[in-house]
Write a protein that binds this ligand. Structure first.
Ligand SMILES: Cc1cc2nc3c(=O)[nH]c(=O)nc-3n(C[C@H](O)[C@H](O)[C@H](O)COP(=O)(O)O)c2cc1C
Length: 312
């Protein structure tokens, strides 16, 4: 993508048309809602949302297929009315219970609760998935998707146990046979990553998580030296991501990835991986009921008396 709003909107429209032509299935578009230092929505974010709504308004087939918009990065309140009027299902990605409650109050249809261990843009406050998700599920009455650290059927089973309705994976999908756009070296470095190989660095909309390498070191050096202005730094980051993704320079580029990279050891094919993941989750959940021993006189806890999440 690009920082120029009109050019960005055109590129996004092209991707939407390409996707609609490549499948008859429904699909979603993700738009990060960035803000400048005074809190105003970035023109590029507004242009992307306009492009999504316009594509649906212009083309009946696109409207039938493009059914979901996922906003992330920042509060999407300004866009709620138009998104809702267009008939799109609106899911918003959050990193805290406060953000989840605020998004639901604004009318979003679902929230994606993404914990701090996630890959790519993460959140300013470090709340990890295992704490965040039950906090959110007990605080909102819309479907909740767990994101951050999920990798397999065990993750889906755990998500359901925490009160979530689904999982959304990011890093896992990098190491797939289907990811033919990215350089094989990127997949390879995900397979080789171990615990502790990840690092947080300042990205475009806030902090992001990626693998520690020379590229991240260089970014911190550039930021400390002050040798580039804000726009040039953003351009450097964009180019560094492309360097890793497209050209396979995973040492000097920026390699966005989550902590779960440490648990990813194989390249999978999505068409087989997802059905197997769901089967695994069902088997795990069925098997677990037998392993939990309850005391004869125990009284199950009343969900209405469960501790409430304290929001700040
Ligand atoms: C390389 C990469 C790029 C990402 N880009 C976006 C993005 O553009 N918008 C967004 O909302 N999330 C983005 N994410 C976050 C994912 O959608 C997802 O929430 C996250 O990866 C979940 O954590 P996991 O990596 O542990 O699975 C990205 C993640 C990765 C690893």
């Amino acid at each position: 993508m690009t920082v120029d709003p009109q050019e960005g909107a055109q590129i996004l429209r092209g991707h939407i048309e390409e996707t609609a032509a490549a499948t008859s299935k429904p699909f979603a578009v993700n738009v990060p809602v960035g803000r400048d230092s005074s809190g105003r929505v970035l023109p590029v974010s507004a242009a992307y949302i306009d492009a999504v709504l316009q594509a649906r308004a212009d083309d009946r087939t696109i409207a039938d297929q493009l059914r979901v918009i996922i906003t992330s990065a920042g509060y999407p309140g300004e866009f709620r009315e138009r998104i809702s009027a267009s008939g799109l299902v609106h899911a918003h990605k959050v990193g805290s219970t406060r953000q989840a409650v605020k998004a639901v109050a604004a009318g979003v249809d679902a929230v994606i609760a993404s914990g701090y261990e996630m890959g790519g843009h993460t959140h300013a406050a470090p709340v990890h998935t295992f704490v965040l998700v039950p906090n959110v599920t007990q605080s909102v009455d819309v479907p909740v998707v767990l994101s951050g650290g999920a990798r397999d059927g065990r993750s889906l089973a755990a998500a359901l146990a925490l009160g979530a309705d689904a999982i959304a994976m990011g890093t896992r999908f990098i190491a797939t046979e289907d990811n033919v756009d990215w350089h094989p070296a990127y997949r390879e470095i995900i397979l080789n990553a171990g615990e502790g190989d990840d690092v947080i660095f300042p990205a475009v909309y806030g902090p992001a998580r990626g693998l520690r390498n020379q590229g991240v070191k260089e970014l911190f050096r550039i930021l400390e030296s002050g040798e580039l202005d804000d726009e040039a730094v953003t351009r450097w980051k964009d180019e560094a991501l492309v360097r890793a993704q497209r050209h396979g320079d995973v040492e000097n580029g920026l390699v966005a990835a989550g902590q779960v990279a440490s648990g990813i050891n194989d390249i999978v094919a999505i068409s087989r991986f997802i059905p197997a993941l769901v089967e695994d989750a069902a088997r795990i959940l069925a098997g677990l009921t037998a392993t939990v021993r309850t005391k004869e006189h125990a009284v199950p806890s009343d969900p209405t008396t469960q501790s409430q999440t304290k929001q700040r």
